[in-house]
Design a protein around this ligand. Sequence first.
Ligand code: AMP
Length: 278
Amino acid sequence: MQVFSTVAEFRQACTQAKRPLGLVPTMGALHAGHTALIRRSVDECKTTAATLFVNPAQFGPKEDFNSYPRNVQADMGTFEHEGVNLLFTPSTDEVYPPDFDTWVHAGKLSERLEGEFRPGHFRGVATVVCKLLSIARPDKAYFGQKDVQQTLVIKRINTDLNLGADIVVVPTVREPDGLALSSRNVKLNPDERRVATVLYNALSLAKEAVANGATDAGAIRAAMEELLRKEPLAQMDYATITDASTLEQLDAISRPALALIAARIGKTRLIDNMPLYP
Ligand code: AMP
């Protein structure tokens, strides 16, 4: 595995790489969700490039940038072990030099749900992903279904700005009890960890209802909210059912939809989602 910290060196290595080239952007603190993305790329591409960069631009001023889990030594071992060929680990100044002043705004998709609760979050995501796709010019770029709104925003900028990558969405990897793997899960104490499964349980309730023929999104939303409210340690930001591609809230489930939840468990904010097929 070759490791690069400058844009110029990483770009040159990507230009010379055997094609197809797959790109797997991460913020590190790797878990089995990340390795699922890497494995898919290694499986489908001749060269796999990964990036390890905790992007300050996607954290709000009161969010957990400083306390975000970091585990660079262990991550380097994992990238290498999983077959990553090129690893980009830039400094913040390399990505955002002092005179940096261009931002990518992905419009309506970035204003809903996470965009409402985390103003500026998708501006940071869209900008850094646009930069990474522009530097690496991959044939394919791999992202997790776990962050489904992020995948939709990235598909939008990839199309609108002609970045030319095939955006591949990899299914969510879960713990045996259903909790979606997340770098932030290590912050949960044992009580919070037990309660955190409520997100998956509420999403499963929605999935089961739809599988049984329910189409009233309002009723399912109410049932998800009720389950979340039963857990005093869980503070809900939203629990909703939307169109699967526009993220507009639905009244009736008559086309591919998503159930999405964001909740704070203690001080840790978790998100999860479940595709719904009527
Ligand atoms: P992060 O390091 O949290 O920015 O995540 C890097 C990539 O891994 C993103 O595309 C995430 O959507 C994806 N990812 C995170 N958690 C999971 C998971 N549990 N299953 C699948 N992909 C995931």
